[in-house]
Ligand binder design. Structure first.
Ligand code: 1PR
Length: 523
């Protein structure tokens, strides 16, 4: 029996699913006594340090946790569950951590995108049972803006490089903690969890250890989901956002089955977009929540869900906050939520007043779940102009002239799945969303969507150079070479595709095989 500390923030479902998939049962902590009585305790921390410690205090878990740690019974901390072991964090300077290990938490101070999101390697400093059976080549999924700084270096198990070397896992007696997420790290993560659960495993130090580890570029499979005219929830795919063919919604498969297939094929992440979410209310759209619950039982890579995340008043006048909608998605197995139409409305309101309200979906969700959990999905379309000073928007000079030979264009934001253009450009939207707390940009492109013509490199460069959060390049992938192009000609951290995977034109494994040796990808 594994005892799991769920303090109510973020996706612990995946940790439960991962442990259960290894044949163990999980008991969720309901009181301090449960912590004191635990035989093996897993603490998956999610969200922000200050919020986490406040909740632990409120629930009176701090002292039982300290007692448990001092008893040296098996403990696995994950992400914030690692950071909680330390004394304090720059993220919340007035809040104390558990103080079990001397040291503190610092924000990444680097010239790279922060959060550090994606698959990175490990540099092994000493033997541990959790790395038994590893040869040293595996990559694990990280998502964090802060990292630990350890005073007692004898506790360091591994380090990882991102701008500089930071500590990625520690061990002090039976107390083990990782900055990365084993439950989201595919086969390697499950093997690590299995080692933790079997306390009799011999400690080893893997034979190979990278001198410098690198963050892999991610390949993301995207599933656009909606109900078809018969009322079945299907994965569909548009051509420039038009998902109908001969009047019918294209049906390319079942969401849970396809997600499972892409996980097996080596997808680094899976995104579900509820593309009619702008008109439905997701909390009434239970099948989508069920899709997440079912998928997260078998798919151990990060899951993002988008569509309809906004404040909402139902027909009885009851108001729901976007935060409640997001919370339901996280509880059902999502690691990140993606906000589309509402992000445009939030940015427009911000531009009008020049002030944050503190109440927008981006701000409230990132405050509770952390910036890394908030993706903003942008649906831009090119608008050509004859000269750069013709419009009050961020204009770029383009190598692809417009229909009348125009050499300039701006990227107009749209809402409601491209149905309505707004007086806002994609670059400004991305900047404002980053300021308000978004942790990643999912950059679609209506002109390229479903065309197989390749990614819009000009758009991706324009947005990626305007923000310091990671950008996911999306729309237009048609050949393996397009992935190489987007990773070498832009700073995009990941590339998302849909049609070529759904139509089985190019398997994910072929994309990775082509990139191997040219661009760092997870094998
Ligand atoms: O506005 O917060 O409710 O979110 C709705 C979400 O649904 C947004 O993220 C929006 O991008 C998405 N969406 C809405 N309508 C469509 C549509 O296609 N009619 N899908 C849609 C847009 C495009 C990508 C596609 C890539 C790659 N998404 O999902 O997967 O373009 O395609 P490709 O590789 O085949 O070229 P809200």
């Amino acid at each position: 029996m594994i005892t799991l500390l769920d303090y109510g923030a973020g996706n612990v479902r995946s940790v439960i699913n991962a442990i259960e998939s290894l044949g163990e049962t999980v008991k969720i902590v309901a009181s301090g006594e449960d912590i004191l009585a635990a035989e093996k305790l897993v603490f998956p921390g999610v969200g922000a340090f200050g919020n986490m410690m406040h909740i632990l205090q409120e629930k009176k878990y701090v002292e039982p946790l300290r007692t448990y740690l001092n008893s040296n019974r098996p403990f696995l901390g994950i992400c914030l569950g690692l950071q909680a072991l330390f004394e304090h964090s720059e993220e919340a300077p007035d809040v104390s951590g558990l103080g079990f290990i001397a040291g503190s938490i610092k924000r990444f101070d680097i010239d790279l995108s922060v959060p550090h999101i994606g698959w990175n390697g490990l540099n092994f400093k000493q033997a541990s049972r959790i790395y038994s059976g590893f040869n040293g080549d595996d990559k694990f999924y990280f998502v964090h803006s802060y990292h630990v700084v350890v005073e007692d270096t004898s506790t360091i198990l591994t380090t990882t490089d991102y701008g500089y070397e930071f500590v990625s896992s520690i061990q002090k007696g039976n107390i083990i903690a990782t900055q990365f997420h084993p439950e989201k790290s595919g086969r390697a993560g499950l093997a690590l969890l299995k080692n933790f659960l079997k306390t009799t495993v011999e400690p080893i130090r893997p034979a190979r250890s990278a001198v410098t580890t690198t963050l892999s570029k991610r390949i993301i499979a995207c599933l656009d989901v909606r109900s078809n005219d018969q009322g079945d929830l299907v994965v569909t795919k548009g051509d420039q956002y038009d998902v109908r063919q001969n009047g019918e919604v294209r049906n390319l498969g079942k969401p849970v089955e396809l997600a499972q297939r892409y996980y097996t094929d080596g997808a680094d992440e899976i995104t579900f977009l509820n593309i009619t979410g702008f008109r439905d209310f997701p909390l009434e759209d239970m099948p989508m929540l069920e899709v997440l619950r079912q998928t997260s039982k078998h798919v151990f890579v990060p899951l993002t869900i988008g569509g309809g995340i906004r404040d909402y008043t139902d027909k009885h006048g009851r108001r729901y906050d976007a935060l409640e909608v997001a919370a339901e998605y996280f509880r059902s197995g999502a690691d990140k939520i993606s906000i589309g139409s509402d992000a445009v409305m939030i940015a427009e309101a911000y531009l009008q007043t020049g002030r944050r309200t503190g109440r927008s979906a981006i701000e409230t969700i990132s405050r509770v779940y952390g910036n890394q959990a908030v993706v903003v999905s942008i649906d831009p379309r090119r608008v050509y102009v004859a000269s750069a000073d013709k419009v009050n928007h961020e204009v770029i000079e383009t190598a692809i002239p417009g229909p009348d030979g125009e050499r300039y264009c701006w990227y107009q934001c749209t809402i409601k799945g491209g149905r309505e253009g707004r007086d806002l450009d994609a670059i400004t939207l991305a900047r404002i969303c980053e300021k308000l707390g978004a942790g990643e940009i999912l950059l679609n492109c209506i002109d390229r969507d479903g065309t197989s013509l390749g990614f819009d490199i000009e758009l991706i460069n324009a947005v990626a150079s305007a923000v310091s959060i990671p950008v996911i390049a999306s729309s237009g992938a048609g050949r393996v070479e397009h992935f190489y192009e987007v990773f070498t000609a832009t700073d995009a951290e990941s590339a998302l595709a849909a049609g070529i995977f759904h139509r089985r034109e190019i398997p994910i494994a072929d994309v990775k095989k082509y990139l191997d040796g040219k661009v760092d990808v997870r094998r």
